[in-house]
Design a binder for this molecule. Sequence first.
Ligand SMILES: [Zn+2]
Length: 685
Amino acid sequence: MKSNSLGFTKLPYGGDWNPEQWDPSVWKEDVALFKQAGIDLLSINIFSWTLNQPDEKSWNFSWLDDVIALLKKNKMRVCLGTSTAAHPAWMASKYPDILRVDFQGRKRKYGDRHNSCPSSPAYRKFAPQMAGKLAERYKNEEAIALWHVSNEFGGECYCENCEKRFREWLKKRYGSIESLNTAWNTRFWSQSYTAWDQIVAPNQLTVHWETTSTSHQSLVLDYTRFNSENLLDCYKLERDAIKTIIPEAIVTTNFMSSYRPLNYRDWATEMDIIAWDNYPFPEHQPSYTAMMHALIRSLKQGEPFMLMEQTPSQTNWQPYNQLKRPGVMRLMSYQAVAQGADAVMFFQMRRSRGACEKFHGAVIEHSGRSDTRVFLEVADLGKELQDLKNSFMGATMPAEIGLWFEWESRWAVENSMGPSCALDYVAETYKYYRPFNEMGYMIDLIGPDTNLSQYKLILAPLLYMIHPGVAEKLSAFVEQGGTLVTGFMSGVADVNDRVFPGGAPGPLKEILGLWSEEIDALAPEHSNSIVFYDEAGPLKGEYQCNLLFDLVRVETAEEVAVYGDDFYLGRAVVTRNSFGKGKAWYVASSPDNTFMKDFACHLAAQSGVKALLKNLPLGIEVSRRTSEKGEEFYFILNHKETQVKLELDDLELQNLLTGQRHSGALKILPKDVVIGRKLTGLGTE
Ligand SMILES: [Zn+2]
């Protein structure tokens, strides 16, 4: 499914609009303001289940008819929600099975959103019924560009219905209770089961001490898998209800960056187009946000995605809700586009008068005015997006570097009791992403199902769990000349979180030419050093490392650097193994950012990957989208507070925003962006 199949001739621009909270006289004001701001796509009907269905037997869509008609009259299109993201109070009273049981084992009462049990017979009946009613009513409605199922699916439930479904899921996975006992290593602490109905949902009443510390990792891992699939199943029920009536409907839901409980790699296969909500914290570096976009883009083989939500100004749910400084909303919108988005959308269009989102930023603030800073910035961007037309819509981002990001390894390694409670999968992954992004390399985030043929360099920190076929795939990749980097806590366990016989790095032992003997864990404030003696290139002298200190025994690998301290002083901390035509590196500890930057330069040179621009100044982000016809579009973003002069090497660009031609050096203003079509020159490739 291509994003331009939504039928837009420019990037869709808009966001979540909640007319159900307002009198129709306000709708008209809103639409006039939308027009002024170049808004053309509105997500509606996200949280209006009770309004649409005031009781079990009545439906009321007349308000929605009016809203859609008003938008249509003003040439705006609709991303139609199914309204099922929060269930009605009457439903909870009449069908209490819809209420979740929480992690502490407490049965919830009515209230809040994301509150329906995914195994509830009532929810599984009423939610798809609503989606079907909407599809029936609006099947011929041309204003609908796409369908938006529920909203930000998430959370877990531990009720008896979930337990029952979990047991069915386990029966399918393991076939017999004996196989389950073996897979889960249940003779430990006498946890063996003799019948399926003895298996209970793992929460704080059972095997959990804290959110991620548990005495029974295999059970928790499977419950996490089950919960992700069970929620996905609820998405599919609604999607199928829509598609039964409108087979050609484009259906999606909105993801939340690297949200831990849901395996978005599985979810992506069920989406017609990927959409996500980008809410970075003020302390996040631009490269962190870029990584999240890259993760989302990679979920569907690099197809363009939708930025479904971002705040135009501030959130309400962070501890300190910093305003986006002037120019930052525009810059972040273009960052999404630079990383593969083909839609720019906000939450929310008009700020609520009541409840928790009344302090969440909006395009139209409480003042209702069109001369506010935020509105003017939104309107300026709207005008630019109109002027850009469809120049690069549909263009993709072929990369030479693949960075491993896999939910199951993350669940397993973070659930692990020991060796360190400070292990953070996303943080360790980001450590590898950051220097490459900051130096202008294109990077995909890849997983066990990714075709590796386009990559020259694969970075796989914390490759803890080895799925069947992955070791063979990586082995073939290196053998054919690829460069692989992995390190501590990799090749540890199989898909059931059982350690491989012979220990780590399990099936990666031959590729890496070493084995792990022991692993030391120190509090994060303690460090050791990584000492290089005679490696050619940028890796020189000493660097710091912390967190975990893997003590490896090298076999065929070459010791490239050693620990500089402790009883393992002089033992290998960075190794490289020649395997076939390629190289496999092992980094036995968690290095500092200085190391990561020099290491990235070294790896790039050795593996032959090219940056889009040489000597990219820190704070400048560059990426490239390539159209089907081979046209190249460069996005250069200045995240700094100061103007930057940038060498374009031999690149010549036609600036799509200003019409100027750029070659040689380019001056880029603070928080500004250059979107340039490549004219001549060979780039750096
Ligand atoms: Zn449940």
